[in-house]
Design a protein around this ligand. Structure first.
Ligand SMILES: Nc1ncnc2c1ncn2[C@@H]1O[C@H](COP(=O)(O)OP(=O)(O)OP(=O)(O)O)[C@@H](O)[C@H]1O
Length: 204
């Protein structure tokens, strides 16, 4: 579903992590760990096609939807309009299951700009469901969520995996997902010469 081979990722032109390889099949989740600044966000953005890799390959990028810190919400649109907008982007129409999964029905007509931080986060996560994409790349998905929101997210991701989806998740909390693998990016910190050597390899 997602196959990553010998990947080097840069941020602002500076190599951050290198030599990352893993594969995810249907129903599998990989939790990214590592200290602040190691490159979890950087890797997730490359997996979702939002930034190019410096070297290596990602197979399955077109199947990947990203939910990150910025949430990607349009403040003037209502909750329902935001989801309809994103559904249209992905060639889909039905937003009902996404509203339901993240308890957004009571908020459906509220302008997204007026939502609380946790409500905004739930809307950002609900976008994953309307995307219909099978691989979710999630950057600290539970930040701002209360216990109820975290439980909704855990249920949504368990259902996603149970339905044959896959996920890569940067998180510091235990989501209680069975069979989740971990990848500590601390072991993949880029060498200072990574850009030069990988540049050469890319052209040989
Ligand atoms: N535009 C940029 N230019 C240069 N360096 C950047 C830029 N954006 C981020 N970085 C650096 O890239 C490195 C990786 O950042 P990244 O956000 O991927 O880390 P992270 O593991 O997700 O961190 P955290 O756990 O704090 O969220 C950090 O050292 C960060 O300071």
């Amino acid at each position: 579903m997602l196959r990553v081979t010998d990947l080097t990722c840069a941020r602002g032109g500076v190599p951050v992590i290198q030599g990352v390889s893993f594969a995810l099949d249907a129903g599998e989740a990989l939790v990214l760990r590592g200290p602040n600044g190691i490159g979890k966000t950087t890797l997730l953005r490359v997996l979702a096609g939002l930034a190019p890799p410096l070297a290596g390959w990602v197979e399955g990028m077109e199947a990947t939807a990203y939910a990150g810190h910025a949430d990607g919400i349009k403040a003037q649109l209502s909750v329902a309009e935001n989801l309809q907008f994103w559904a249209a982007v992905f060639g889909r129409r039905d937003i009902g299951p996404a509203l339901g999964a993240f308890a957004l029905d009571p908020l459906r007509d509220r302008p997204a700009g007026l939502l609380s931080a946790g409500q905004k986060r739930r809307l950002g996560l609900a976008r994953l469901l309307v995307s219909g994409r099978p691989v979710w790349a999630l950057d600290e998905p539970t930040v701002s969520l209360d216990a109820e929101g975290t439980a909704l997210f855990a249920a949504a991701i368990a259902a996603h995996l149970g339905g044959g989806g896959a996920a890569v998740i940067a998180t510091h909390i235990d989501l209680g997902l069975a069979g989740t693998r971990r990848l500590d990016l601390a072991g993949y910190r880029a060498r200072p010469d990574a850009r030069v050597s990988d540049f050469d390899e890319a052209f040989l």
